[in-house]
Design a binder for this molecule. Structure first.
Ligand SMILES: CC(C)=CCC/C(C)=C/CC/C(C)=C/CC/C(C)=C/CC/C(C)=C/CC/C(C)=C/CC/C(C)=C/CC/C(C)=C/CC/C(C)=C/CC/C(C)=C/Cc1cc(C(=O)O)cc(O)c1O
Ligand SMILES: C[S@@+](CC[C@H](N)C(=O)[O-])C[C@H]1O[C@@H](n2cnc3c(N)ncnc32)[C@H](O)[C@@H]1O
Ligand SMILES: [Mg+2]
Length: 311
């Protein structure tokens, strides 16, 4: 039994018993969201997670934007009475948590955070780093597993799922999104940051960032696995996740800082909400064929998030 007090487990399990769409029917056991090549890549880098100016420097720096993005959007749906611990009482699943770079600040905001990652070395590093802070040690739990491996015991257990800089590294993106839906409470939030699939992201995200400037290690990304906001929305919406906000993120490699932008052609952050309605019937057979309206990014610059305008 992972992640929860026994009582909470029983309540989650009871919900699982009444869960109408047995998620196991959706996927054959051979299907997985884990790409073994990605695992190898991250295994080799695991020892550098907590080097703020090392290979994961852009991720350390991204916290300046993504932590307030997650906090502000979560607080829109629930007033917090805990100054200093605004996310107190919230359960968050950080999927692909790596060394815990985002897991820890979410824990510091008061949330109970479960961090999962298929790379054992990542979880070892994350466990070790949180052990230095007794508050975090209680609030954060880590587990080596894939998202699909935790769905069975975590159905409708989380107020939020975070997958930051992960979806561009997974296989079976639709299966990944469906698993996010399964573990979210009705009305729960999904936060994704990733890289858009554009010519510019090829030029700057692959050629410039990896091969010329070494902003991220060579071989970190495969352009074909980048995900456009339109494709992401075409998978989210039919699977019961309504897109609330899409905001562009731009990394300045000279300053080492990220900035919000109207432009989503490189990196972007998305916030989607699981419908509160009755359980979602059957996840869509394939949402990839659907056309969706163009997305208009908002500039997420202030704590009050502006809604996304769809054309
Ligand atoms: C099938 C196939 C290959 C198709 C390709 C697509 C296609 C059709 C391409 C053709 C079109 C085209 C334009 C090709 C161009 C090729 C080429 C010759 C490009 C030249 C590139 C070049 C020299 C650009 C120079 C630009 C320039 C003038 C630079 C100086 C000034 C300037 C503007 C600098 C700023 C540039 C900038 C904004 C850089 C940001 C780069 C970036 C996107 C960084 C984000 C990195 C990232 C993804 C962070 C998250 C992250 C981090 C880490 C980590 O390890 O820290 C790990 C992760 O997994 C992450 O997700
Ligand atoms: C770029 S790192 C991002 C780490 C962390 N989310 C952050 O932003 O600091 C991508 C992470 O996703 C993990 N990952 C890769 N494939 C995954 C999958 N199929 N499911 C879950 N996590 C995965 C990797 O092991 C790695 O830790
Ligand atoms: Mg990435």
């Amino acid at each position: 039994m992972c992640f929860r007090s026994y009582r909470m487990t029983l309540s989650c399990l009871s919900r699982v018993k009444t869960y109408r769409t047995p998620w196991k029917r959706l996927y054959s056991t051979s299907q997985t969201t884990v790409d073994s090549r990605e695992v190898k890549n991250f295994q080799a880098l695991a020892h550098t997670w907590w080097d703020e100016y090392g290979k994961f420097a852009p991720l350390h720096s991204m916290n300046d934007l993504r932590v307030p993005f997650i906090r502000d959007n979560l607080l829109k749906t629930s007033a917090s009475h805990h100054p200093g611990k605004p996310l107190s009482g919230m359960k968050i699943l950080d999927v692909g948590c790596g060394g815990g770079l985002l897991t820890e600040p979410l824990g510091r905001l008061g949330a109970s955070v479960v961090g999962i990652d298929p790379v054992a070395e990542n979880i070892k590093i994350a466990q070790h780093h949180k052990s230095f802070d007794p508050v975090l040690d209680k609030r954060i739990q880590y587990k080596v597993c894939s998202l699909e491996e935790t769905v069975g015991e975590s159905a409708e257990c989380f107020d939020a799922v975070v997958a930051s800089e992960v979806v561009e590294h997974v296989s079976n993106l639709e299966m990944f999104i469906q698993c996010c839906y399964q573990v979210l409470k009705p009305g729960g939030s999904l936060f994704i940051t990733t890289v858009n699939k554009t010519q510019l992201s090829y030029a700057l995200g692959i050629v410039f960032a990896e091969q010329i400037a070494g902003i991220v290690p060579k071989g970190t990304h495969t352009w074909e696995k980048f995900v456009s906001p339109e494709k992401l929305e075409s998978i989210l919406e039919p699977n019961g996740l309504s897109v609330e906000t899409v905001a562009g993120l731009v990394y300045n490699p000279f300053s080492g800082y990220w900035h919000w932008s109207e432009n989503t052609s490189l990196n972007y952050a998305a916030h989607a909400v699981r419908s509160r309605a009755q359980e979602h019937q059957e996840p869509a057979e394939s949402a990839l064929k659907g056309e969706t309206g163009a997305l208009h990014a908002n500039t997420y610059g202030s704590p009050s998030v502006r809604e996304e305008q769809r054309t």
